[in-house]
Design a protein around this ligand. Structure first.
Ligand SMILES: NC(=O)c1ccc[n+]([C@@H]2O[C@H](COP(=O)([O-])OP(=O)(O)OC[C@H]3O[C@@H](n4cnc5c(N)ncnc54)[C@H](O)[C@@H]3O)[C@@H](O)[C@H]2O)c1
Length: 380
């Protein structure tokens, strides 16, 4: 089946961006939200973004106009789903709301319309099973902002057809993005399964070693080759997002995170990061401020334990056949901005040192840290 007409449900942070990238690839897009005022704001943002591309001479004025004219905002659901080949759902991350939305959609959508959810953490299979067509349901996880981020995770549910997986991978490429296939519907998919636990782990490392946040973040940046520190990235992402993802992922799988109470505390205190003026760090202005991280500070923290947890989660994905080394490296590079493959960083630490560290942590802090069989297999 060829995709021509797309309906994006939800015109918020993700929805308006997904609508824009789809229109830029030539698709006809309907952008649907529950109130006209939300759509007006979304269309303004899209216009601003297209104008910026024109002013940077990335596209011509005529191309910009064409792209904008391919997006039609609509409130009426039946109208929005007329002749729709593919629905990309980007409504808020609340299971009950998603349930309600899919019930409404199912009542009016054509029987051949494909459903794709942009959920970051909710189980694809569970949402798919609420609909009349679990075989035509798939996860398509764009990253924020969709206009700039190259990575899209594609997550089949248990009943998703092979044809739909192939079609979705091709669709992602057609909108000039790089797909990675998360072969199993596991908590956090690939990137969040590595990122979210890491925030907790960095907080545990701070307690255990009495190292400062700046020192840990400097090591994450300069030794583990991240684009920024992990506390810095958490503040940038928002502690509300991290907290919500933690609850969702931990409720699905206790193995994925060793929750640190500081994340809950910051969330309860409404210290949500950059956007509220404080999170792990304090911020003065509205504009994003870089934290002062240096190679000197990086030397004060041995990041083996943090690297060990990253690798354990990577290895879990491989052992459980959700992904492979190549795809995970691609996801870490494009989704988290890692400048060097994680297994190359691991080599420079020595895999046997990392295993020793994990065994030591496991003795002191429990089974969570036990090295995954895949790590043991590659260290011998
Ligand atoms: N924000 C991120 O960084 C990010 C990144 C990747 C994935 N996601 C996922 O994308 C989805 C959307 O997140 P967001 O950040 O864009 O949310 P958002 O709150 O910015 O936007 C959601 C939009 O959906 C609209 N909406 C609510 N009910 C609706 C309905 N019945 N029909 C159509 N629209 C409806 C809201 O009015 C709002 O405009 C979530 O599943 C989230 O987990 C978010």
């Amino acid at each position: 089946m060829a995709i021509k007409n797309i309906t994006v449900l939800g015109s918020g942070i993700m929805g308006h961006g997904i609508a824009q990238v789809s229109a830029m690839a030539g698709y006809n897009v309907v952008l649907r939200d529950i109130e006209q005022q939300f759509l007006d704001k979304a269309m303004e943002k899209i216009k601003w973004s297209i104008d910026k591309l024109v002013s940077k001479q990335k596209i011509s004025i005529e191309e910009g106009e064409k792209i904008f004219s391919r997006i039609t905002p609509k409130v009426d659901l039946r109208d929005a789903l007329q002749d729709c080949d593919l629905i990309i759902e980007a409504v808020p991350e609340i299971m009950d709301l998603k349930k309600k939305v899919y019930a409404e959609v199912d009542a009016v959508a054509d029987k051949n319309t494909i459903y794709a959810s942009n959920t970051s953490t909710l189980p694809i299979t569970e949402i798919a099973n609420l609909t009349s067509r679990p075989d035509k349901f798939i996860g398509i996880h764009f990253f924020n902002p969709p206009q700039l981020m190259k990575l899209v995770e594609v997550i089949p549910g248990q009943k998703t057809s092979k044809e739909l997986v192939d079609l979705t991978l091709n669709f992602v490429k057609s909108v000039s993005k790089e797909p990675v296939l998360c072969r199993k519907d596991v908590a956090g998919f690939i990137v969040n399964r590595i990122f979210i636990p890491l925030v907790h782990e960095a907080a545990w490392a701070m307690d255990r070693t009495r190292t400062s946040m700046n020192e840990i973040d400097s090591a994450v940046k300069f030794t583990l080759n991240f684009p920024m520190g992990i506390f810095e990235l958490a503040d940038f992402t928002g502690l509300d997002v991290i907290h919500k993802a933690t609850i969702e992922m931990y409720s699905r799988d206790k193995k994925v995170i060793n929750p640190h109470p500081l994340i809950q505390k910051l969330y309860d205190q409404k210290k949500l990061g950059q956007k509220t003026g404080s999170g792990f760090y304090d911020y003065a202005g509205e504009k994003y401020e870089r934290i002062n991280l240096t190679e000197e500070l990086a030397k004060k923290f041995d990041s083996t334990q943090i690297l060990g947890t990253i690798l354990n989660n990577v290895a879990w994905l491989i052992t459980n056949q959700a992904s492979d080394v190549q795809e995970i490296e691609k996801a870490l590079n494009l989704g988290m901005g890692l400048k060097k493959p994680i297994f190359e960083t691991a080599k420079s630490f020595g895999m046997s040192n990392i295993i020793t560290e994990l065994r030591d942590l496991s003795k002191k802090h429990g089974k969570f840290y036990e090295p995954d069989p895949y790590l043991l297999s590659i260290s011998s």
